[in-house]
Design a protein around this ligand. Structure first.
Ligand SMILES: O=C(O)c1ccccc1NCC(=O)[C@H](O)[C@H](O)COP(=O)(O)O
Length: 302
């Protein structure tokens, strides 16, 4: 299938520990545009589940390769609402863009930490019924599930199991660090990633983030504006020079092609910049992205 071809470029994060800058394209809404964007192989695609946004997602998300993490963006939503969207759209990451506190994030963490593990079909388990270990990599799970669901519909189960296990062993061999979860910025691979967004104006007290460290996978720094997100202008990135943690973060807020040189300079700060999050500066209309501009952006930076 055209949109289902595997991501053949360097895995993200790279298995040999060299961080490659990731890309998240947020606020996707239209099926054809989503499929077009898959050709670019961003690491994350964001869908806004906030009714007041012009990018509010209430459409179908087409089947996209699991190497692109489908991310649901929520603003002070009820956990049950998030859970429903995770199930309906098979989301791999959740981005919290409101005033969600630490307890709330912990609640979501508890809700989702074993999702992928529970979802492993019986056919994909090892002969004794177990999965490998607690750091079972998502790449393997996704690969096995994909393999079972999509490629072997008519095969006898024992062939499917054999194939899936072969594939799993191959992955362990190819990506040993990843399968042991050694990269310091790697998330618990059997859980749904939690990204907590914070909006910045001129200053920020990073100590406020300390209690979030154990309950979120990434921070995302966005510009404070009149809307909870998608405001379309940058904040003063110098503020991040005081970022005191190792926790990797997404840089967001008004990033467009004009920011390329500034981003290159920002990379010199040696901060744990994990990925860039782009949105309205690449739009032809709310929720619809200009893929050529995104291609150009990716070529220049990633
Ligand atoms: O984009 C929205 O409409 C939106 C609405 C409510 C909460 C979050 C929203 N976007 C979240 C994002 O991750 C955006 O990419 C981020 O705010 C940056 O947007 P932009 O300034 O347009 O690049």
């Amino acid at each position: 299938m055209k949109n289902n071809k595997p991501n053949t470029n360097v895995p993200f994060p790279s298995p040999w520990g060299k961080a490659r800058l990731g890309l998240k394209v947020c606020g996707m809404k239209y099926e054809e545009n989503i499929l077009e964007l898959t050709q670019l192989q961003p690491d994350y695609m964001g869908f806004i589940f906030y009714e007041k946004s012009p990018r509010f997602m209430n459409e179908n998300i087409p089947d996209i390769h699991s190497s692109i993490k489908k991310t649901g963006v929520f603003v002070n939503a009820e956990p049950s609402f998030i859970q429903q969207k995770v199930e309906d759209y098979n989301l791999q990451a959740i981005q919290l863009h409101g005033n969600e506190n630490v307890e709330y994030c912990q609640q979501l963490r508890n809700l989702f930490s074993n999702k992928k593990r529970d979802e492993i079909p019986d056919q994909a388990r090892l002969p004794d019924g177990q999965v490998r270990d607690d750091e079972f990599p998502d790449v393997m799970l996704n690969s096995i599930q994909h393999h079972i669901k999509n490629e072997n519909k008519n095969e006898p189960l024992k062939h499917i199991q054999g194939d899936a296990l072969k594939k799993q062993n191959q992955l362990i061999e190819n990506y040993p660090e990843r399968s042991r979860g050694t990269a310091s910025h790697q998330t618990k691979s059997n859980s749904i990633e939690i990204i907590k967004a914070f909006s910045i104006q001129d200053q920020f007290n990073f100590q406020e983030l300390e209690t979030y460290l154990p309950v979120v996978d990434y921070f995302l720094f966005d510009t404070k504006g009149k809307n909870p997100g998608g405001n379309g202008f940058t904040f003063d990135w110098q503020v991040l020079k005081n970022y005191p943690f190792q926790k990797p973060f997404f840089l967001s807020g008004g990033i467009g092609l004009e920011e390329v040189e500034k981003i290159k300079a920002f990379q010199e700060f040696n901060l744990p910049l994990y990925a860039l999050d782009v949105n309205s500066k690449f739009e032809t209309q709310p929720g619809k992205k200009n893929i050529d501009d995104l291609k150009n952006f990716k070529t220049q930076l990633l």
